[in-house]
Structures are given as C-alpha cells and as structure tokens.
Design a protein around this ligand. Structure first.
Ligand code: MN
Length: 233
C-alpha cells in the first residue's frame, strides 16, 4: 500500500444535475479570444482564416462551485469576470475529428474564468506566461454539470450581471471556433480525458469587480451561475 508523507490533495469535483454522483475534475482548459467582439475589446482581433485557437490552463485546485463567496484575490487591482459556456468531457479522445467530436461530450455548465486583467496584460505584452493573470485560487467558477451526452450546443443566450446590471450579453452562436472545432483542435495536442473541462471563451463586456459585488449569469438552455466577491484577505 502506498503511504504519503502528508495527505494528498483532494480530488476536485462538481455536482451533476439529477445525480448523486459528483463529476471529478481532471484538467481545466480555457480557449482564448473566441468571440470577435471580445477579441476586439482586448485590442487583438482574430482572423479565423489565418489563425488557430489558442489555450491556457488553470489548475483544478482553482475550482470553486457556483454560489460561493470568494476573497478578492491578492496581487491585482483589476479583477475581471469572464462569463463562459463550459464543456465537460466524458470520454477519452485523441485526434478527434470534428464530425465525431460529440462522442466525447458528457455535458455542459456555466462558468466564470476570473482574471487578474492587470497582470494578464503585462504578461501578454511582455511575452510572458499568463499564469499569474489566470491561474488564480478560487478563480475558476463553475455551475453544476448538466448531462447532455453527445449533444452539440451551438446557440443560446449567454449573459452576466453585476449587482443586477447587465454587463455581458451575447449568444453562443457567435463563438469563433465552435464546440466541434474546439474538440477537434485541442485533441491534436492532448489526449482528452473524462473529467476535463473546457472553458470555451467569453463574449464582450468583461469588466472589474470590487469587494461586495455579486455576479450572476447564465447560458440559456444550460445553467445559471452566481458568485459573491468578499474583501481581500
Ligand atoms: Mn476566458
């Protein structure tokens, strides 16, 4: 029997709608700049004909469940929300073709890819990794997983409010790289595994929160999400 010097980290997991079992998390992938209007607001328009999608990762230990109150994180003065459709992988897949991409899908969720925008932009503009800007403790927020095996979500309103005022309002139909294309492309680089989450990108309207703010959001036909931001530690 293996023994450890100290207790190993707990498996991160999310509730599944309609089930008592929880969805164990393997990895968290995020797609960068996947709505044109958001790419433009970041000053980096995307030409799909000449580019491929790009990705960053957030460690599973950054996951926090919808409904939580999180501390305003250290090291930033510009903590941003990014409302996203999240894809939950339920089957292994490597070099998956777009026409078979639905086969690896377990379901979907609503997520927040919280971002230290000040640190992310410094890193971006200096050609440094994005980790300090993106891989944030309690910075990967996710709703329950909604089982939708084999289904492709290709439309549906995606929206976010801060303290009840709408900040983001778009439609999943505006994804630059759609669900099939993301799975096909990402699986060229990784052996996708059950438990992988893919945050598919945020629409325009991203902005900062401060202590005391309450975020609400939803992806039509999938799920809702909520987060409260507490004071800094
Ligand atoms: Mn994002």
């Amino acid at each position: 029997m293996t023994t450890y010097l100290f207790p190993p980290p707990a498996v991160q997991s999310l509730p599944i709608r309609g089930k008592t079992e929880r969805f164990p998390i393997n990895r968290i992938f995020c797609v960068g700049r996947n709505y044109h209007a958001h790419a433009v607001e970041m000053g980096k328009p995307v030409d799909k004909s000449a580019e491929r999608p790009f990705y960053f990762t957030k460690s599973p230990q950054t996951l926090v469940q919808s409904g939580a109150t999180v501390a305003y994180p250290p090291g930033t003065n510009n903590y941003h929300f990014e409302m996203e459709l999240v894809l939950a992988v339920g089957k292994a897949g490597f070099r998956v073709s777009a026409d078979k991409a639905h086969e690896v899908i377990y379901g979907y969720a609503a997520g927040l890819d919280m971002t230290r925008r000040d640190l992310q932009l410094v890193a971006r503009d200096k050609g440094r990794p994005w980790d300090l800007g993106k891989d944030i403790e309690e910075g990967s927020v996710c709703s329950e997983i909604v089982p939708m095996e084999g289904q492709i979500v290709d439309q549906g309103a995606i929206a976010l409010e801060v303290n009840g005022a709408t900040q983001q309002s778009s439609d999943v139909a505006k994804l630059i790289w759609n669900i099939r294309e993301i799975i096909a492309d990402l699986s060229q680089f990784y052996h996708l595994q059950p438990g992988d989450l893919i945050y598919t990108g945020t629409p325009e309207g991203v902005g900062a929160v401060v202590a005391g703010d309450r975020i609400t959001g939803r992806v039509e036909g999938v799920a809702e999400i909520a987060l409260a931001v507490g004071p800094a530690e």
